[in-house]
Design a protein around this ligand. Structure first.
Ligand SMILES: Nc1ncnc2c1ncn2[C@@H]1O[C@H](COP(=O)(O)OP(=O)(O)OP(=O)(O)O)[C@@H](O)[C@H]1O
Ligand SMILES: [Mg+2]
Length: 241
């Protein structure tokens, strides 16, 4: 269904994840095939317990897949075993995570929460702060840059978390229910921002969601059923927000 000249930012082939062993083993993923291209925001849907979080965690090198192959930006990172030695570097520089809750550092201000990551990756303080400010402008929270996390609203904190996920300009963003704490209008705002950011930075974004409100925004989505991912065309509607 996807027809792209570029090579995928994310490619999964026959990804299997089994938890435990013997009679208590759970095979959460039974052979997932998936491709996500630079600049695309793809939905990942499926009932509770179908393996959505497991899939993101395998992709993000948070847990070890059992078998199959993962290719990120043309590099095979997993082929029945990890093919790269520094998984921490992979998580820090190549993948941005957005969770249901923002998980920000409460005693730092909004800018410091975002600039920390580029600084850890070796960028100067000045460059890292400038990067945070650029993202805050896109996300419409530049006016809250100096605020402590405890002074932010839920929606503002979530936008700081989105800025943090983009801080090192990762080619891949993995978002697990990013709009769950937001109201309908805010959810659509976040989705339109993610779409804008995907295009602007050529980022490939996977959004796990149960949120009926945002499902019409996806141009393409996968539903996990019986441990496999089934591709569907979405409505790809953009909303004026
Ligand atoms: N650490 C674990 N050990 C054993 N089984 C696990 C573990 N994590 C998840 N599972 C099982 O794997 C399956 C997939 O779980 P997963 O969390 O990926 O589902 P999900 O689609 O994200 O669900 P939800 O929509 O509720 O977040 C479930 O049957 C779950 O119980
Ligand atoms: Mg989950």
């Amino acid at each position: 269904m996807a027809n792209h000249a570029e090579k995928p930012a994310i490619k999964l082939e026959g990804l299997v994840k089994r938890y435990g062993s013997g009679s208590s083993a759970v095979e959460a993923l039974k052979g997932v095939d998936m491709e996500v291209y630079p600049g695309e925001v793809v939905g990942l849907l499926g009932p509770s317990g179908s393996g959505k979080t497991t899939l993101l965690q395998c992709l993000g090198a948070v847990i070890d897949p059992t078998a199959g192959r993962i290719t990120l930006g043309g590099d095979v990172t997993f082929d029945d075993d990890w093919k790269i030695s520094d998984l921490r570097e992979l998580r820090r520089d190549r993948i941005g995570f957005i969770f249901q809750a923002p998980y920000l550092i409460p005693f730092l201000d909004a800018t410091e929460n975002v600039s920390l990551l580029p600084m850890l990756a070796g960028k100067s303080n000045k460059e890292s702060t400038a990067r945070a400010m650029d993202l805050f402008k896109v996300l419409d929270i530049a006016h809250r840059a100096g605020a402590r996390i405890s002074e932010l609203s839920g929606g503002e904190a979530q936008r700081v978390a989105i800025a943090r996920a983009l801080a090192n300009n990762p080619p891949i963003i993995l978002a697990d229910e990013p709009t769950a704490p937001l109201d309908g209008k805010r959810s659509l705002t976040v989705m339109s921002m993610l779409n804008e950011l995907a295009v602007q930075y050529r980022t490939a974004i996977i959004v796990v969601t149960h949120d009926d409100n945002i499902i019409p925004t996806f141009k393409r989505l996968y539903r996990i059923r019986d441990g496999r991912a089934h591709e569907e065309a979405g409505e790809g509607r953009s909303f004026e927000v």
